[in-house]
Design a protein around this ligand. Structure first.
Ligand code: HEM
Length: 162
């Protein structure tokens, strides 16, 4: 396997495969609460880029649900991080934010969707990844619809599976 590009050293704590340890909690004002499992893959091929895949499944019947994949880039010599994301819902997105220790706080920098995307349209997404002292990874996602407030949609913790 390729040697880690030194640009990525500050993000090496993300690399590998993560599995939700207990079902994540989904919510939003307009939908009934739900539970899901999710598997995250973060890998690299020696480029100054992390490749990722996030695959979510219904916690009860295990059916595939939301999927995202993309790339993570870090500003050379800085702590600015960008996620370049494609979602199976038809959304593409760039989220950017700052790395503080082992916590990453991201906000939508650019967003586009298919011409036939159903409403309501998401306008803003914010998420926090944090490696906790107990070794678990935590992700919290909030979003805002057109004209609406930023509200939590997802909260989940993962344990490292490889
Ligand atoms: C609903 C966005 C990730 C599961 C929704 C809705 C939006 C949305 C806009 C519709 C809300 C409404 O009808 O008012 C997003 C975005 C995500 C994301 C932007 C990622 C950043 C996920 C993940 C899951 C999930 C990881 C895990 C299974 C659901 C479910 C609903 C929903 C079950 C309600 C039923 C439905 O509308 O399909 N989401 N979502 N979402 N989301 Fe997400």
């Amino acid at each position: 396997s390729a040697e880690l590009n030194p640009t990525l050293l500050a993000l090496d704590w993300l690399l590998g495969v993560w599995e939700s340890d207990e079902p994540g909690e989904g919510s939003f004002s307009s939908i009934p609460p739900f539970r899901y499992n999710e598997r995250l893959h973060f890998s690299h091929v020696g480029q100054p880029v992390i490749n990722f895949m996030f695959n979510a499944f219904n916690a009860e019947n295990k059916k595939p649900m939301h999927r995202e994949c993309g790339f993570i880039r870090i500003q050379p010599g800085g702590n600015r991080v960008a996620f370049i994301i494609a979602q199976n819902s038809g959304l593409v997105e760039i989220e950017e934010g700052d790395l503080t220790g082992q916590q990453l706080t991201l906000h939508t920098h650019a967003l586009a969707r298919t011409s036939f995307a159903k409403e309501p349209h998401v306008q803003q997404i914010s998420r926090v990844f944090q490696l906790r002292p107990d070794g678990k990874l935590e992700q919290t996602v909030s979003m805002a619809m057109e004209g609406g407030p930023l509200m939590q949609h997802l909260h989940i913790t993962y344990r490292r599976s490889s």
